[in-house]
Design a protein around this ligand. Structure first.
Ligand code: SF4
Length: 543
């Protein structure tokens, strides 16, 4: 970026276009450096290529340190001694006139041109292709003043760390490529609980997760694709544009060339052990500093941490109770032991509501979790073999098959939540409930609490009840521990990935989305808790 004499970076003309459209869009793009190329952006680029093929354009990059502006005029023409900055727009004009943001953009180009070529007459023109309108924008003092005011305002905004409020004009959001990041509709819901949310958040993942399960596999690169070859020589090719992240289970290798491609295309690479424990990840785009500063500011405040922890623990405990009651619905009679467990969990939930410290919360959460695991066997069908049923929960290392399945599932969930935390630009090491005691990142552990039941417990128990597991073939049994075998890991990944793709209607925001997207949505809603719009995070209850 070109530096201003006062060491301030110059403002891009395109940034002024964003600023005139919506202040928050300017902040997201220029300050937080979040850019999303959606279908409309691609169509716009394609249109420029078509125009250029038909009539070669003369682009010109101009920077003016005195007024603090830089921009590239895509199409510059000279007509009868007048220099004309052309701007092509895919959409319609504003009833034959230019839209405010387009006007500001072309006036900024014209200002740069007249300062670079002082004795030349300069004009801007905007061609709206959808209704075939050409709007001429002669340069005036009023327009020059608007450009300079906009540059000043942009500089002021760039000094802050807080996002400006969402625009009052809801129609702008419908066409905004950053709506899935900004979530304006969800903020309007905070202000007005009766607001009917328009879904601007994508319902499904747009790129896949590639799991490399066979030991000794090599992940290489051929052009813009990944080539995955196992020890038997079986080769699978994935175009990089279709891959969201690569998960390497156990001992396989990823070449430097493949890692470089991942870095360029913002594809995460994650390494997990054969037992499902997360080891490390390479995640590009560390997230801009403003987001982290806001997070540190909030999560170093014990009051904020306690409030968030309350929401989180209540959500998990309510989800556990709801799951047990739903799984036993329709049964003639629930046993006394089961009813007692539910009673203990409800007592724990009341304690959670009253807890005045994180330690007190942990105590009540532990009470609920203990009763939950004691009650869990009632969710098994009669056909589940005894070896697959659990008696007590064992963690590291797992000593029974059920714990081995659960541990592996939680490892997969950890990776998925980590991916979402990074995508949102949060700092995974800075959490509000879990303490930084192990290699695991506290914020990832915090968010996982919302998804353990719907993404691991529910599908694992459903798969047991459908008799998808083989007590011998799917497990690797040693005297001191039980792990999943290669077949078992493959099965766990299939179950987890297919659960991630299942869609359901979020009861609070009111639209449908996949569980994979739900994780990202909750991470974005969490960030809103310390960005002035709290109240929607951790409010959904799992199905
Ligand atoms: S979604 Fe709406 S509020 Fe958010 S940046 Fe875009 S236009 Fe502005």
């Amino acid at each position: 970026m070109t530096a201003h004499p006062n060491t301030e970076p110059l403002i891009r003309v395109m940034a002024l276009h964003a600023l005139a459209y919506c202040e928050r869009l300017f902040f997201l793009e220029e300050v937080e450096e979040i850019r999303v190329a959606d279908a409309a952006v691609y169509e716009g680029r394609a249109m420029h290529v078509e125009i250029e093929d038909a009539e070669p354009m003369e682009p010109l990059e101009l920077a003016d340190e005195e007024i603090g502006l830089v921009g590239k005029v895509d199409a510059l023409r000279r007509r009868d001694g007048t220099l004309i900055a052309y701007e092509h727009k895919k959409g319609r004009s504003a009833g034959g006139e230019a839209w405010e943001s387009d006007l500001l953009q072309v006036a900024a180009y014209a200002l740069l041109l007249e300062r670079a070529f002082p004795s030349t007459v300069v004009e801007g023109r905007i061609r709206y292709h959808a209704d075939n309108k050409l709007v001429r924008v002669p340069q005036t003092d009023a327009l020059r003043g608007r450009v300079l005011d906009a540059v000043k305002h942009a500089r002021e905004l760039r000094k802050g760390i807080d996002r400006p409020a969402v625009t009052m004009n809801e129609r702008l959001c419908i066409r905004c490529s950053l709506a899935p990041v900004c979530l304006p509709e969800e903020e309007r819901l905070v202000d007005d609980p009766k607001h009917e949310v328009i879904r601007l958040f994508p319902p499904h993942r747009d790129r896949l997760t590639v799991h490399v399960l066979n030991h000794g596999t090599r992940v290489g690169r051929t052009g813009n694709s990944f080539t995955i070859r196992d020890l038997e020589g079986t080769k699978t090719v994935y175009p990089a544009a279709e891959v969201g992240d690569i998960v390497v289970h156990g001992y396989s290798q990823v070449t430097t060339q493949a890692i470089t491609l991942c870095a360029y295309q913002e594809i995460g690479v994650h390494f997990v052990t054969g037992a499902g424990r997360y080891v490390a990840g390479l995640t590009p785009g560390a997230g801009r500093v403003q987001r982290k500063l806001r997070q540190y500011r909030a999560l170093t405040d014990p009051v904020v941490c306690l409030q968030l922890a309350h929401q989180l623990v209540r959500a998990r405990a309510s989800g556990q109770i709801a799951f047990l009651l739903r799984a036993t619905r329709g049964r003639q009679e629930r046993s006394d032991d089961f009813n007692l467990c539910i009673q203990r969990m409800r007592n724990g939930l009341r304690g959670i509501a009253r807890a005045e410290s994180l330690d007190a919360l942990r105590g009540h959460e532990g009470q609920v979790a203990k009763a939950y695991f004691e009650a869990l066997p009632v969710t098994y069908s009669d056909d589940v073999p005894p070896e697959l049923r659990h008696t007590i929960r064992t963690r590291r290392p797992p000593k029974d098959r059920f714990s081995a399945m659960l541990n592996y599932g939680y490892g997969l969930l950890y990776r998925q939540v980590m991916q979402a935390v990074i995508a949102v630009g949060l700092e995974p090491a800075c959490g509000f409930y879990h303490t930084p005691r192990s290699a695991a990142h506290p914020l990832v552990l915090d968010l996982m609490e919302l998804f353990r039941v719907p993404l691991c417990d529910v599908p694992i128990i459903a798969s047991l009840n459908r008799q998808r597991w083989d007590p011998r073939r799917d497990f690797d049994v040693a005297p001191a521990r039980i792990w999943l075998s290669h077949d078992g890991r493959r099965k766990a990944v299939q179950i987890f990935e297919s659960r991630l793709e299942q869609t359901w209607r979020h009861p609070v925001v009111g639209y449908s989305l996949s569980y994979a997207r739900l994780i990202e949505l909750e991470a974005r809603l969490l960030e809103k808790e310390w960005c002035g719009k709290p109240g929607v995070f951790a409010r959904y209850r799992p199905r």
